[in-house]
Design a protein around this ligand. Structure first.
Ligand SMILES: [Zn+2]
Length: 78
């Protein structure tokens, strides 16, 4: 059956890839590691449900959609 299971992908992107790098400019929740936004051109790109998107400058604070933790990013990820 050609069903693409995501388990292999989840296993390969484990705890070893928590630090944001140039190749992985993701801003994630400090508690549950949920994706909060993506750093683009010295700004943070936040995406929410229903197509709402925000491009904000630093510092930026946002509540995690998963656990409600207030996260803060003080400088762009480079
Ligand atoms: Zn969270």
């Amino acid at each position: 059956m050609p069903t693409p299971f995501p388990s292999r992908h989840a296993a390969t992107t484990g705890a070893a890839n928590t630090k944001p790098t140039t190749l992985n400019p993701e801003w994630r929740c400090t508690r549950c590691y949920k994706l909060l936004g993506v750093c683009r051109d010295a700004r943070m790109h936040l995406r929410f449900k229903r197509g709402h998107e925000y491009l904000v400058g630093f510092p930026v604070q946002a509540n995690c959609r998963g656990c409600g933790t207030l996260n803060q990013a003080t400088s762009p990820v480079r």
